[in-house]
Design a binder for this molecule. Structure first.
Ligand SMILES: NC(=O)c1ccc[n+]([C@@H]2O[C@H](COP(=O)([O-])OP(=O)(O)OC[C@H]3O[C@@H](n4cnc5c(N)ncnc54)[C@H](OP(=O)(O)O)[C@@H]3O)[C@@H](O)[C@H]2O)c1
Length: 309
């Protein structure tokens, strides 16, 4: 089978399409015949050697975490899933979903939402789980809270806006000015143009900042939080000294597979409570270009690779 891998760290020219053995499932795994693979920033961070869990001694590694497709093989101890089931999942780092087949732990697989095609479904797992876990498991966002989402127009952000709105929060966002209509349609109450406006001069009394940007944006976020507020970041570890000094909490987390959350998100999608925005889908042979687009160009929502039928 085909699998896009890297044998060295580098730019997108490091991606190569290899012929590798089709995986066989461990007893607790299923093998998914991949129809589409979502692209995430972690893919190009791994490629560049900028994701510490993946080190040079592990190369070659497969590219891609997000998968949507159909189960082709079922491990001996798996219950409740069958060959032919349409599913989506976040595969373990390094297995690779830019290809034909991937083995995934059965407990981390969920039924593909029935209202989505495979391209749309592949846009969901990593980004939506990150948004869900950041807002609810770590940020404890609930009805009436004031939430600021940085980087709201991207993969994680466009789900986070909808989840926070659905929970009854007041949703404040930073994004490009031209993304304001997109984000308002998803439920944002306010969109601050990060390129021309200073959110820290405009906002205050925020309960939760969901930081998808890091760096100086993260540092300035302490200024808008209320005492007792919470900064939740997917990027650099926030300063605990700063948080303590201001009587706030701050955390950085890594998204975890969670089939129950993925099922729940799928039900919300099928109920039209949450929409999935796919900016563009590209064929597998354009995997390198797709990573370059995500890394360097402005997109709304997600980019997805579509496998040949
Ligand atoms: N810890 C974890 O487990 C975890 C999980 C998922 C994601 N992440 C990380 O979280 C980050 C976001 O992921 P993603 O998938 O949502 O990425 P993405 O799709 O690239 O979205 C990022 C968004 O941020 C916008 N942006 C850039 N600079 C900004 C700024 N200064 N202020 C506000 N918005 C800005 C970008 O828009 P422009 O086009 O205008 O630049 C883009 O829409 C990535 O760094 C990713 O690696 C971590």
């Amino acid at each position: 089978m085909k699998l896009v891998r890297i044998h060295r760290f580098g730019d997108s020219s490091a991606l190569v399409t290899d012929q590798v053995p089709t995986p066989s499932p461990e007893p607790d795994e299923v093998v998914i015949h991949i129809q589409a693979a979502g692209i995430n920033p972690v893919d190009f961070k791994i490629r560049e050697g900028d994701y510490p869990p993946v080190v040079a001694s592990q190369l070659p590694v497969g590219m891609g975490r997000d998968v949507a497709g159909v189960i082709s093989k079922v491990g001996a101890r798996v219950e409740g899933l069958q060959k032919g089931d349409a599913v989506y999942a976040m595969a373990a780092t390094g297995r690779g979903t830019y290809g034909d087949y991937v083995a995934v732990r059965a407990s981390e697989v969920a039924a593909m939402p029935s209202t989505l095609d495979a391209v749309q479904a592949a846009a969901v797992p990593l980004a939506a789980l990150t948004a869900w876990q950041g807002l609810f498991d770590h940020g404890h966002v609930a009805q009436g809270k004031r939430v600021l989402i940085h980087g709201a127009s991207g993969g994680v952000g466009h789900f986070a806006v909808q989840f926070a709105r659905g929970a009854g929060a007041q949703v404040l966002t930073t994004a490009r000015a031209e993304d304001a209509p997109f984000l308002e349609a998803l439920g944002a109450d306010q969109v601050i143009d990060y390129r021309h406006e200073d959110f820290s001069a405009q906002l205050g009394d925020v309960d939760v900042v969901f930081d998808l940007i890091g760096g100086e944006t993260q540092q300035r976020s302490f200024e808008v939080l209320k005492p007792g507020g919470m900064l939740v970041s997917t990027l650099g570890e926030p300063s605990q000294d700063e948080a303590h000094r201001r009587h706030m909490r701050a955390t950085r987390y890594t998204v975890q597979p969670n089939a129950a959350q993925l099922q729940r998100i799928g039900r919300m999608i099928d109920a039209k409570e949450v929409s999935v925005t796919v900016h563009e889908s590209l064929p597998l042979k354009q995997a390198a270009r797709a990573q370059d687009v995500l890394q360097c160009e402005h997109i709304r929502g997600k980019l997805v690779l579509k496998m040949a039928a």
